[in-house]
Design a protein around this ligand. Structure first.
Ligand SMILES: Cc1ncc(COP(=O)(O)O)c(C=O)c1O
Length: 376
């Protein structure tokens, strides 16, 4: 039976032609060897803070019980850092889950969202699942979100305006001037949803304080962040959202599942938050290797996009898929951009110094094989 004939599936589900989720570390290494350099998912190459590992060990034997539902200690610690009241902070199974939940709060058939492209796919996918229309706005030439075009694209049925800063997969962040324009001109009757998955890297690179800007907004807002990147906890699945009002916080609580964050995840996140030295080590190392990787691309004749994150993207001028396959043969996993019109773009996660060396060794070899294969 064709999918179109399945009356029990929603139109949204039927309309999504997804290649499925990307393969993660263990699957990739099973397929391509245990020494594969995992530079495809913007993970941290280092283990989490030692106290986080210890928290996971300590709580392992208690997982016969359901976890705490309000993540009280973590919410209080996060409140002290951000100034957002603890009851407006909610945790989830990665920020990916929370981004998806926002569409349950705000979207119905006929509504629309406005979101940047290329960017994180969840904004578009979760809108389509709710039979809402995604209005996608191209990023700037430098890879940051085009704030003015995003605001101009809002229509009467728009419920959520997404902004991703720093933006994945390009790497640039909004500056103070653009954030100020966003906060001043985004309409008050849409939810301004800012995805800051890479915020720690952005701030380390001298980027603006998004929450300070949002304090000036009259309309509703929500910020999404994660422990997956700079805090090295991707495998535990814990992210959070900071809501600008009780109304949005309560709405998010209404649509969440009951026990969505495990106790080991909550306590490891709390421990990671407390280890500023480890965070600084990760941020300093990332900045150094990001620079080396970018300079290495330049030396190979490819201009990398400006980035403040833990990844570097580059336009190879030839199909990136084939280069990714060739890179795998040389022990490096990287990622394509997956957006129509950007088939020649490659994204490489910033890893250790050895990872950088391996990429810069493997890329010329992979490109050579591809150029030889390409028809004259
Ligand atoms: C921009 C952006 N937002 C959200 C996420 C989701 O991260 P997580 O679900 O691990 O918190 C990612 C992950 O790569 C991302 O790049």
């Amino acid at each position: 039976m064709s999918a179109a004939a399945s009356p029990y599936l929603t139109a949204g589900v039927k309309s999504i032609k997804s290649g499925g989720p990307p393969l993660a570390a263990a699957e990739m290494q099973r397929l391509h060897g245990e020494h594969l350099r995992l530079l495809n998912l913007n993970e941290c190459p280092y283990p989490p803070a030692p106290a986080a590992v210890e928290a996971i060990r300590r709580l392992a034997s208690g997982v016969n019980r359901y976890p705490e539902t309000r993540s009280t200690a973590l919410a209080q610690a996060m409140s002290a850092r951000t100034g957002v009241p603890a009851d407006r902070i909610m945790f989830g199974m990665g920020s990916d889950e929370l981004l998806g939940l926002l569409s349950l709060v705000a979207l119905g058939p006929g509504d629309s969202i406005v979101a940047p492209t290329p960017s994180f796919p969840r904004y578009r996918l979760s809108a389509v699942l709710m039979s809402a229309k995604p209005i996608l706005v191209k990023i700037d030439a430098d890879g940051a979100n085009d704030v003015d075009a995003l605001i101009a694209a809002v229509e009467p049925k728009t419920r959520i305006l997404y902004v991703c800063t720093p933006n994945n997969p390009s790497g640039a962040q909004l500056d103070d001037a653009r954030l100020a324009r966003l906060v001043a001109h985004a309409p008050d009757d849409v939810i301004l949803a800012i995805d800051e998955a890479y915020s720690e890297f952005g701030r380390h690179a001298g980027g603006p304080d998004v929450l300070a800007h949002l304090a000036k907004r009259r309309g509703p807002w929500i910020v999404f962040r994660t422990f997956s990147k700079a805090y090295a906890l991707a495998g535990l699945r814990i992210g959070y959202c900071l809501s600008g009002s009780d109304e949005i916080a309560n709405a998010m609580r209404t649509v969440r599942t009951t026990f969505n964050v495990t106790d080991p995840a909550q306590q490891a996140a709390l421990a990671a938050l407390g280890d500023e030295k480890h965070l600084k080590f990760i941020l300093d190392s990332t900045a150094r290797e990001r620079q080396r990787l970018s300079e290495g691309f330049l030396r190979l004749g490819y201009k990398p996009l400006p980035t403040v994150t833990n990844f570097v993207s580059v336009d190879l001028g030839i199909n990136a898929w084939s280069v990714i396959d060739a890179l795998l043969l040389h022990g490096v996993a990287a990622r394509e951009w997956r957006d129509p019109g950007y088939e020649t773009y490659l994204r490489v996660t910033v890893g250790t110094a050895e990872d950088t060396d391996a990429v810069l060794r493997a890329l010329p070899l992979a490109l050579k094989t591809q150029k030889e294969k390409a028809p004259a």
